[in-house]
Ligand binder design. Structure first.
Ligand code: GRF
Length: 220
């Protein structure tokens, strides 16, 4: 049986991309990396795709008249590569409802907060400003609502006294993001995850009534 084809969409450093490619290479994600697509020609993450010999494509928004045209080109590129699983990994674009509908059930995203807390940007600063005791990251299916699709897997870490945006962000990245995204994609690649028509997540055929949780770091 052929492996599902995985596309990863990036705009920046690509630490999540590297973790996904490492896990795929190690056989932990049973998928064939088919494409790394970047919205920026100078995204540092593209180097990871080159290291693994994976085809890359750059689609820069400036080359398209509007968001609809960009997303149509994006969807066409993904369909041309027969992408079964599409992982948004720091892809800094808001997607049109039409794009999300067209690829529904195949689109995953990682977000650096304990969703539903802090959709959008500056999540680490917002968690610190709110005095949160815990912060983390979430992998979710992408739906039309920004950072609002059903959450599959989260991980949390205690906010430490003296944490800054940088220290907290780095801990969330290293201890949580780089673990939960490969894990969730491994489930998806093995056919264990599904998104139902009513936006619930099934893992092994059972409804997730709450996101799964990866605990990280020492208890404070
Ligand atoms: C990550 O924090 C991810 O959660 C967010 O954008 C960042 C991308 O970082 N969506 P990288 O490109 O994976 O290094």
């Amino acid at each position: 049986m052929s492996l599902p084809r995985l596309a990863v969409l990036i705009s920046g450093t690509g630490r999540n991309l590297k973790a996904i490619l490492d896990a795929t290479h190690a056989g932990l994600i049973a998928a064939e990396p088919a494409l790394v697509l970047s919205s920026k020609a100078d995204a540092a993450g593209l180097a990871h795709a080159l290291d693994y010999g994976i085809p890359t494509l750059v689609l820069e928004p400036g080359a398209y008249p509007d968001r609809e045209a960009y997303d149509a080109a994006l969807a066409a590129a993904l369909e041309h590569r027969c992408a079964d699983l599409i992982a948004l990994a720091g892809f800094m674009r808001i997607l049109t409802p039409e794009f999300v509908r067209r690829l529904r059930g195949r689109l995953f995203n990682i977000h650096p907060s304990l969703l539903p807390k802090y959709p959008g940007l500056r999540t680490h600063a917002r968690a610190l400003a709110a005095g949160d005791a815990e912060h983390g990251a979430s992998v979710h299916y992408v739906t039309e609502e920004l950072d609002g699709g059903p959450v599959i897997l989260r991980g949390s870490t205690p906010v430490q006294p003296g944490d800054t945006v940088e220290t907290l962000g780095e801990r969330v990245m290293q201890e949580i993001e780089l673990k939960i995204y490969p894990q969730a994609l491994a489930w998806a690649a093995s056919g264990r995850l599904q998104l139902t028509g009513t936006n619930t997540v099934l893992l092994d055929g059972r409804e997730l009534t709450a996101p799964l949780m990866l605990q990280s770091g020492p208890a404070s």
